[in-house]
Design a protein. Structure first.
Length: 160
């Protein structure tokens, strides 16, 4: 077997995006219904579709899972594994009332960072992200710049 073999990405399960959405000083969290995070709470998000930017995936996934309309603001953190990555964004809350999709999640929670951090059912990744968020660790701001050959739907640059 070649060491350079790329992971299979037909369904893009190797690439995910999620978001930190603050609503009235509380963080939007979901109780997951499947996989390794089953019955645990975490930041909402999901898989990046083929030819979709992670920024748009985070916005779409949060809307689909929670009914919340939001806009990506900052690239807050990145998780890397040899076979996958997850982009975490801070999000501007636009509108909507939080509600479970009843499929990927069974419950929506709005908790302060401190309330979330003391819970045993918070995923480890979400815990680490929220610890940094509590300390006001800054992410990389999204630039308004769009390459001339692109649109907002297929281009994003952070940190410039």
């Amino acid at each position: 077997m070649s060491l350079l073999k790329k992971p299979k990405v037909d369904n893009n399960k190797c690439f995910t995006a999620c978001g930190i959405v603050e609503i009235e000083n509380k963080i939007l969290l979901v109780r997951h219904t499947y996989g390794t995070a089953k019955n645990r709470i975490l930041l909402p998000g999901g898989y990046v579709k083929a030819n979709e930017l992670p920024t748009k995936a985070a916005e779409r996934e949060i809307l689909e899972e929670t009914g919340i309309v939001c806009k990506t603001k900052q690239l807050y953190s990145m998780q890397f594994k040899a076979e996958q990555w997850c982009a975490v964004f801070t999000m501007d809350y636009i509108s909507g009332e939080p509600q479970s999709d009843g499929y990927e999640n069974s419950e929506i929670l709005l908790l302060t960072v401190d309330e979330a951090l003391v819970r045993d059912d918070l995923t480890n990744m979400s815990r680490e992200i929220l610890k940094a968020y509590k300390l006001n660790v800054n992410g990389l701001k999204k630039s308004d710049y769009i390459a001339k050959s692109c649109t907002e739907n297929d281009y994003a640059i952070f940190g410039v």
